[in-house]
Design a protein around this ligand. Structure first.
Ligand code: ZN
Length: 294
């Protein structure tokens, strides 16, 4: 792998990737999404667990890990959930001048991909990832993309991506009921690929503009109006992603919790539902039954 910048330079580049992925709530909501950058085949910078993408800076919010060890552990065979997260944490390396940071659990699948990785919970990609018609339509729009059935972030998602990540060229992964991951040998290439995939979906599906997410101590007026339209019973019966299960429970729908994250996740969810319905399609409801979310 020819790319081998100094750690300081790599941290600056990672912060740039994080800004591109985390600056707007149509691509990332709450603490979702992740970016990583490999310095070489054995070292990778990745957003730290519990840090929002927009808070990653050259001075913090990321971890340095031995991605070679993580890659070899995943390739060596099945691994339990706690075993893998423990293994990933043990691969964190000290960075001078920084407090130790816990790498994101998604460091597993990032280790398997090309040099620069941008993973978002793009509302545009999730229209395809969360509708019954989506996978067939996505295959038409992106014939070279990989489509990964829903797997919880952890060993099962890593195993599924490991099977398809052999090619070292530009890669596009649609993660069912989850999001989008793109990887590229260069950082500019990853930024361009991420922008191009989202733009292609917006243009080819003639999607409406994404609504602004208002800061509000409770449910935003936009989300309250959408919730009144869909109804809480519909929301409980149509859980489309772990983000929805995590952020949009009964308390959140009554305006309690981390309302900045809740309003971002709900705005994305209502946008996705409106767009799916607008196409005369159906949300992928069996998802929740297959995955025990209800
Ligand atoms: Zn994710």
């Amino acid at each position: 792998m020819p790319f081998d910048p100094s750690l300081d330079k790599a941290a600056e580049l990672l912060a740039r990737l994080a800004r591109a992925a985390g600056a707007s709530p149509d691509l990332t909501q709450g603490g979702g999404g992740n970016v990583s950058l490999k310095l070489n085949s054995e070292r990778m910078l990745i957003k730290a667990s519990g840090v929002r993408l927009r808070d990653v800076s050259p001075r913090g919010g990321y971890a340095l890990v031995n991605c070679g060890n993580i890659r070899r552990r995943i390739a060596s065979g099945p691994c339990g959930e706690e075993e893998l997260s423990g293994f990933i944490c043990a691969q964190a390396l000290p960075v001078k001048g920084m407090r130790p940071a816990r790498p994101s659990v998604e460091a597993g699948f990032h280790s398997l991909l090309n040099t620069a990785v941008i993973h978002t919970h793009s509302a545009y990609a999730n229209i395809l990832n969360m509708s019954a018609e989506g996978p067939a339509l996505a295959r038409k729009l992106f014939p070279n993309a990989e489509f990964i059935p829903y797997r919880s972030p952890g060993p099962r998602l890593c195993a599924a991506i490991n099977e398809r990540a052999a090619a070292r060229g530009p890669q596009i992964f649609f993660l069912a009921n989850h999001g989008l991951a793109v990887s590229h040998a260069g950082m500019e290439g990853a930024l361009e690929l991420n922008a191009a995939v989202n733009e292609t979906i917006r243009r080819r599906l003639a999607l409406p503009a994404y609504p602004a997410v208002a800061l509000s101590p409770g449910l935003s007026a936009h989300n309250a109006a959408a919730l009144a339209r869909y109804g809480t019973a519909f929301m409980a019966a149509n859980i489309l992603s772990p983000d929805q299960a995590l952020y949009c429970g009964p308390d959140a729908l009554e305006g309690r919790g981390d309302m900045e994250a809740v309003n971002e996740v709900l705005t994305a969810l209502f946008y996705i539902l409106d767009c799916i319905r607008g196409r005369g399609a159906d949300p992928d409801v069996p998802f929740q039954r297959r995955n025990g979310l209800v």
